[in-house]
Every structure is written in structure tokens, then in C-alpha cells.
Design a protein around this ligand. Structure first.
Ligand code: FES
Length: 668
């Protein structure tokens, strides 16, 4: 190493090498493969290239450094007034030159492939791979843009979007946006250092959107809206029926969702202090019917077997084509659909939860009126959907309702007395705690939401008020004043306000829940058969409903197969997170397309084994399955041995819980 060579170490990457006196820190970094961000190309105006030199003795690196090892801030740095202030200790790496050995930290915001860790939307630990980058370029009079980019940025092979007009400012500078390292899609005079993107999960009930800074991965705003298609039908199939019965109905449904998406963009811009023309990239996901209606495709083939998708691969459209007001060059990327019942939203869930990379056999379930099921293990990934119906959303349940204020969301039943304790959505105290009556006065107790119905049926079983076959009351159950005749069957009185407002769990309610949970369980078991596995190592519950249910109760009910409770987790709005990941990473887009092509699609309706699994899964929790995982936190009531006599035979046997209060975990 000559006197003019200095040892430079960059953190956090740990890359190290020599640089000669007078080399800019940015050049030294690039030579060593350290990606430092830059829009202005080292002109000292974008502020993206900031680094933090560290002074002192670094025995680990064999470096002792002080401020004299870096040039003093010159005119460029002292006059810098860009959007990203130079905080104390920071330097512009394009200006500061090396005069001695140095340890230089590259802050996350200056890294090109920075890790994005968001709290408001859980993107996991993803690496940015921007699909759109900005480059400031100096255009000499009459100089060709592509030549200038080649000269100043070493960029070759680019093409300019047809009709794109590039105008420089008075000093000859212009900023261009380059998409997919291929095409110059937008240009502005002078420096432009921010472009935005939007990720939206189009649910059949709600639209959930996030606005991001594409360069940094920073979430600027989050907003939701109702899906206005609800006025054409509450659930997906009723919307398809609307289209079948009303020629041209798909046009109305398409217009409705596009209008709502456009309004959502407006809200996101307002909340994120941004303008629509800053948005150059959007990623949208939705189930197959939402996907087809968004794209203006006929959804009716998705309403009948064999549930054929008109388009399954990822598609790109312009925002203009979809009636969305954004930058005129804005692109909309729609993730691929997996199968006729398993859509782009599930592809996004896979991208966010990555079951294919986890150890062992991993199940991901997104529960709605259809449950989407993805199972990974032994190097394979399978997907299917199961028609759970709307029972978990409160429909078909006598006192069912959506999860809104007044809904019972938590239930515990004392097995000794059969007396329930309840908790109401948005109210802190339980019904047997001080302050409950005052707290519920405003809303009253209005019904049971999905999580509440799962808990009450599981608790009724654990308390011996319901048999494993789902029979409420009667000779095979524990007597309780809460069980009362209800026509030819019995019902459990979950709540009685004393003023005529009574909330019952009827035999029909239990049957509706048994049918829904058996459909889900049977779908899961079918995929386990295909994968030739008997046990699950982990379960991820996606979606709003999955995030809200108590996983132990869900296992007791037999909604999901047995798994160690600590390995069952709610993963929130994984579809929205997956859409955001695809927005921020071109690599993720390519990855999910390949993965979707490889996923084995199982059509549950076509499989004879589905019916057999369904029948066994009608029992609570299941006719024959064992529960070693669940038994680590509670003891299930003893189930009668399965016989060839079927459910009726089994229903005549007497069954009781083995312990009075076996449920530490459940009683929390
Ligand atoms: Fe733009 Fe340094 S690269 S300020």
C-alpha cells in the first residue's frame, strides 16, 4: 500500500479495500461494491448519498481515524439545501474525499438495497429492488438523452417511451424515471427526487391501500374504503349471479370498483401529503372475481365448474386504462392468480408469509366466505380453496353479526356451572368485571361476531353442554339452566339483558358452524393427503378474521388441524403486505410468478376424498384425529371411539369432559 492508499471499511456491509487520496467516498464505495443511493449523479443536490464517517480506534479493522482523514466540507456541501437535511456528523459521499484510513457507515436511507422494516404493515424483512429509479442527467445543447445517460451513468440499452418529451431546466439538467432498467417512462426539468407507488388489496368487502416512497420503501399513508360492489351482492357469488342475470352487469361492477380505487388514491395522497402525479407504480391484488372485475373481464366462468380464469399470469396495465388518475405513465401491476378460486390475493399472502421457505410442513389459511389454503413441505407447495360460506362472518347464525361495536367477541364458559363470561368488541372489561354494564350501555350487546361464535361453540363443547357431534343439550350433555328447549332442539342462552334482549346459540347455529369448519378442515386434510403428511409444523392465519380468532379455540372447534399452539400465528393483512412487497421489489414480482407456476392446484370439489374428510370433520373437534399439540395446553373431553355406525351411533353414547377446568390457556 503506497502512502497515497488508504484502507476504507464500509459498515454495515463490512466491505473493505484501498482508496487513493482524493477519491470521493461515493467512488470508493462503488468500487468496493457498496451500493450508495444517488439521483443527481454526484452533483451534490439530491442528498441521497449521505454517509456517516466514524472516528476513533477500530481495533477490529486495524484503523485509527480522525476528521483529518476526510476532506473538509467544501462549497457544495455547505450550500446543500435539499429535501434530506445533512444532520450533524453526516457527509455527502459524492463530495467528501478520502485523505486517510476510514470507517464509514452507510445509513439505511442511503443504501440502494436497503432492508425495509415496517410496523404499520408487516412486510417482514424485505430487500428493496426498485422497479423505477430516478436519474438526474445533464444535457448539453442538442445532446441525445440516451447518449448523455450512457456517458454520465454508464447506462446502455435503454429505450425512451414513445412520445416522451425530455426538457432540461435552465442549467441543462433533467430527471428521468427508468422502469425495469429498460425504459425511460417519465421526465422532469431539473431535479426530481421522489416517486411514489401504491399497493392495494381489493377485498370483496373492503379495499385497503398503502402509499409508499418507492426509493426508500417508506410507507407514507394507509387508507381503506368499502368496496361499493356490495350494493350488487354481499358475497362474491351473488355478484357473479348479478352479472349472469343482468346483461352488462360486469361493466357496472367494474366501474364501481375502479371509481372506488380512484377515490382511494385521492385519500392516500391527501393523507400522505403527496400529489397524484407522483404516483408512477401501483400493485393490485384480489381474489379471482375481484381480479376479473377490476380488469374488465367476464367473471361468470368463475361461478361454475371448472372455474376457468381468463387470465392467470401477472398482468400490467396503465393506470389510464383502469380509470385511475395518477402520473400519465403510471403502471398497474396485478399479481398472478393461482387457480379459479385462489387468486392474486393468495399469491400476495404467499409472498408475505413465504411458507415454501419455512422449515417443515407449513399451512397458510385465509378465511373468508371462501377459505384459501396453501400447504408447503417436502419441496412442494399446494393450494386449494374451500367453500366455508358466510357463517364465520355472522351470516346464517341466529344472532350473528359483523365485527362491529356491540358484538360478543370473546366467550368463556365455567364448566362447573355452565355460566358464561363474555367480552364485547371495543369494551375492555369482561361481563363479570366492574365497569362492564356502564361500558356497554352505549352500544348494548347486539349479537355475536365470527370470533365469538367460534369461542362459544368450542366452550360449549369443553363445558360438556354440547356433544362431539354438535348436539346442544339433551341426555348426553351436562344439565344447565342455560340450556333451554328451542322447538324440537335445545339452545344455549349466552346473554340475557333482562329486557327481552336475549342472545341464543341454537342447534342450527352450531350446525352452520360445523358445516363451515368441516369444509375448511376437509380442504386442509385433502392437501395434507396430497403432500403425504400427517402433521403440521406451523399454521399462519391470514386476513382480518384469522387475526381475530383465538387459535386454541379454533383448534378445539376443529377449524384447523392440531399443531403446537405456539406455532399457530395470526399474520394480519398478509395480502396487503404481499402487494406492498411486490410494489417495492421487482425481484419479488419475478419470484411469485415462478412460484405460482409451480404451485400444485387442487380442486376440492373434484376430489372424492374431500367428502370423507368433510364427514369426519363435522365432529368437534374431529371424529378420529388426535391432538398432541393441543394437549400441551388443555385436555379435551374424551371422545367415543370411532365406529362404523357413524355419527348417529356415536351420538347415542354418553360423553363428558374429563376434567372440570382443564384450560389454563383458554381461560386467559
Ligand atoms: Fe446526489 Fe451526492 S449523489 S448529493
Amino acid at each position: 500500500m503506497s502512502d497515497a492508499d488508504h484502507l476504507v471499511v464500509f459498515t454495515p456491509s463490512g466491505r473493505r479495500g484501498n482508496a487513493s487520496t482524493g477519491t470521493t467516498v461515493l467512488d470508493a464505495a462503488r468500487k468496493l461494491g457498496v451500493d450508495i443511493d444517488s439521483v443527481c449523479g454526484g452533483r451534490g443536490i439530491c442528498g441521497r448519498c449521505q454517509v456517516e464517517p466514524m472516528y476513533g480506534e477500530f481495533a477490529k479493522h486495524g484503523i485509527t481515524a480522525d476528521a483529518s482523514h476526510l476532506s473538509s466540507p467544501g462549497a457544495v456541501e455547505t450550500s446543500y439545501r435539499g429535501r434530506r437535511p445533512l444532520t450533524e456528523g453526516r457527509r455527502l459521499s459524492c463530495s467528501a474525499t478520502i485523505c486517510g484510513d476510514l470507517v464509514i457507515d452507510v445509513p439505511a436511507a442511503s443504501q440502494v438495497h436497503q432492508q425495509v422494516i415496517r410496523k404499520d404493515i408487516d412486510l417482514g424483512d424485505i430487500e428493496l429492488d426498485a422497479v423505477l429509479v430516478l436519474r438526474l442527467v445533464e444535457l448539453a445543447p442538442g445532446e441525445d438523452l440516451l447518449d448523455a445517460l450512457g456517458r454520465q451513468w454508464s447506462l446502455t440499452g435503454l429505450e425512451q417511451a414513445p412520445g416522451l418529451d425530455v426538457t432540461a431546466d435552465g442549467t441543462g439538467l433533467a430527471t428521468v424515471a427508468i422502469r425495469d432498467d429498460e425504459q425511460i417512462v417519465a421526465a422532469w426539468p431539473g431535479l426530481r427526487d421522489r416517486v411514489l407507488g401504491v399497493a392495494i388489496d381489493i377485498g370483496s368487502t373492503t379495499l385497503a391501500g398503502h402509499l409508499f416512497d418507492l426509493a426508500t420503501g417508506t410507507a407514507l399513508a394507509t387508507a381503506g374504503a368499502m368496496n361499493p360492489q356490495i350494493r350488487f351482492g354481499e358475497d362474491l357469488m351473488s355478484r357473479v349471479s348479478y352479472v349472469m342475470m343482468n346483461p352488462g352487469g360486469e361493466v357496472e361492477l367494474t366501474a364501481a370498483v375502479r371509481e372506488a380505487l380512484d377515490a382511494l388514491l385521492g385519500r392516500l395522497c391527501e393523507d400522505g401529503d403527496a400529489t397524484r402525479d407522483e404516483i408512477l407504480e401501483l400493485v393490485l391484488v384480489g381474489n379471482p372475481i375481484m381480479h376479473h372485475l377490476l380488469l374488465g373481464l367476464d367473471p361468470t366462468p368463475l361461478g361454475v365448474a371448472p372455474f376457468t380464469l381468463e387470465i392467470s399470469d401477472a398482468v400490467d396495465r396503465t393506470a389510464v386504462e383502469l380509470g385511475l388518475e395518477a402520473h400519465p405513465a403510471a403502471r398497474v401491476h396485478v399479481l398472478p392468480c393461482i387457480a379459479g378460486h385462489v387468486g392474486a390475493d393468495t399469491a400476495a399472502v404467499v409472498l408475505a408469509t413465504r411458507p415454501h421457505e419455512s422449515e417443515g410442513v407449513q399451512l397458510v389459511v385465509d378465511i373468508g366466505t371462501n377459505a384459501e389454503i396453501v400447504l408447503s413441505g417436502n419441496g412442494r407447495t399446494l393450494a386449494a380453496s374451500s367453500p366455508t360460506g358466510p357463517a364465520f362472518e355472522g351470516a346464517q347464525i341466529s344472532s350473528g353479526q359483523r365485527a362491529t361495536p356491540g358484538a360478543i367477541e370473546r366467550v368463556r364458559i365455567d364448566p362447573a356451572t355452565g355460566e358464561p363470561r363474555i367480552r364485547i368488541l371495543g369494551v375492555e372489561p369482561w361481563s363479570d368485571e366492574p365497569g362492564f354494564d356502564e361500558a356497554v350501555r352505549a352500544t348494548g350487546v347486539t349479537g355475536i361476531c365470527g370470533s365469538g361464535i367460534i369461542e362459544v361453540v368450542a366452550e360449549m363443547y369443553l363445558a360438556g353442554l354440547m356433544t362431539t357431534d354438535g348436539v346442544v343439550g339433551g341426555p348426553d350433555t351436562r344439565p344447565s339452566p342455560r340450556i333451554e328447549p328451542d322447538g324440537r332442539t335445545f339452545a344455549y342462552v349466552l346473554h340475557d339483558s333482562g329486557d327481552g334482549n336475549r342472545i341464543l346459540v341454537t342447534q342450527n347455529d352450531v350446525r352452520a358452524i360445523q358445516l363451515a369448519k368441516a369444509a375448511l378442515y376437509a380442504g386442509i386434510r385433502l392437501l395434507m393427503d396430497h403432500l403425504a403428511v400427517d402433521r403440521l409444523d406451523g399454521i399462519a392465519l391470514a386476513g382480518a378474521f384469522g387475526s381475530h380468532i383465538d387459535t386454541v379455540h379454533a383448534t378445539v372447534l376443529g377449524l384447523i388441524p392440531d399443531c403446537t399452539p405456539s406455532e399457530v400465528m395470526a399474520v394480519g393483512n398478509a395480502a396487503g403486505a404481499g402487494a406492498a412487497i411486490a410494489l417495492l421489489s421487482g425481484a419479488a414480482r419475478r419470484e411469485i410468478q415462478v412460484l405460482v407456476d409451480d404451485i400444485e392446484k387442487i380442486e376440492t370439489a373434484m376430489e372424492p376424498a374431500f367428502q370423507a374428510h368433510f364427514v369426519d370433520a363435522m365432529a368437534v373437534p374431529h371424529r378420529t384425529a388426535d391432538y398432541p399439540g393441543l394437549s400441551t395446553v388443555l385436555t379435551l373431553p374424551e371422545r367415543p371411539a370411532a365406529t362404523a355406525g357413524g355419527a348417529n351411533e356415536r351420538g347415542r353414547r354418553r360423553r363428558r369432559p374429563t376434567r372440570e377446568s382443564p384450560r389454563e390457556e383458554v381461560n386467559k
